[in-house]
Design a protein around this ligand. Structure first.
Ligand code: HEC
Length: 165
């Protein structure tokens, strides 16, 4: 009985799915399946970017993700952001948004960063990335800062989104 049921089910599946997949006007695969498979840092679809930016708190919800991605080029020599990608000169930034400072295991932070008592959110990242050395005096991050406020907003939105996937 069970065997008959499975055979019938298989036949039904072939009937239900087979022809529609071969049809020339079959709908394109839904973007959701693409983004579900993209957790390891592959590009997000434009729809996913729009949805994720809109879900961020103001002022990050007005950000230009693509400009944030471009701005992150200034960080890549020292930082990776993909989950599990490891540390470079600087710590891996996956999960940094919303985290307390100096939490990446195995990274040798400076004493000032360990004592900074900061939680990384839109406001603290904005201050730090505008001028790392005045925000955390003695930091090991040798970087002059991102001067333009819009570039910082876009970069922080990029960090927030990439932090969570
Ligand atoms: C020349 C290398 C270098 C560059 C370029 C650089 N960083 Fe860093 N970054 C570091 C180092 C080293 C640390 C650890 C600082 C410390 O311990 O004092 C750090 C720390 C950080 C932290 C704190 C991380 C934590 O776990 O608390 C953030 C956030 C950060 N960097 C973001 C950025 C962003 C965004 C950029 C690009 C705009 C950038 N950094 C560019 C080297 C760099």
């Amino acid at each position: 009985m069970t065997r008959f049921f499975l055979a019938a089910l298989a036949a039904f599946a072939v009937l239900a799915c087979g022809p529609s997949q071969d049809a020339p006007d079959a709908p394109a695969p839904a973007p959701i399946s693409v983004s579900a498979a993209s957790a390891a840092g592959a590009a997000l679809t434009p729809q996913e970017i729009t949805r994720r930016v809109a879900a961020l708190p103001a002022p990050l919800n007005a950000a230009n993700y693509q400009n944030g991605l471009r701005t992150f080029a200034q960080c890549r020599s020292c930082h990776q952001i993909t989950a599990g990608a490891g540390n470079r000169v600087g710590p891996n930034l996956h999960g940094v948004y919303g985290a307390r400072a100096a939490q990446v295991r195995g990274f040798g932070y400076s004493q000032p960063m360990r004592n900074a008592n900061l939680t990384w959110n839109a406001a603290t990242l904005d201050r730090f990335l505008a001028n790392p050395r005045t925000t955390v005096p003695g930091t090991l991050m040798v970087f002059p800062g991102v001067r333009d406020a819009n570039n910082r907003r876009d970069l922080i939105a990029y960090l927030a989104i990439e932090s969570r996937r």
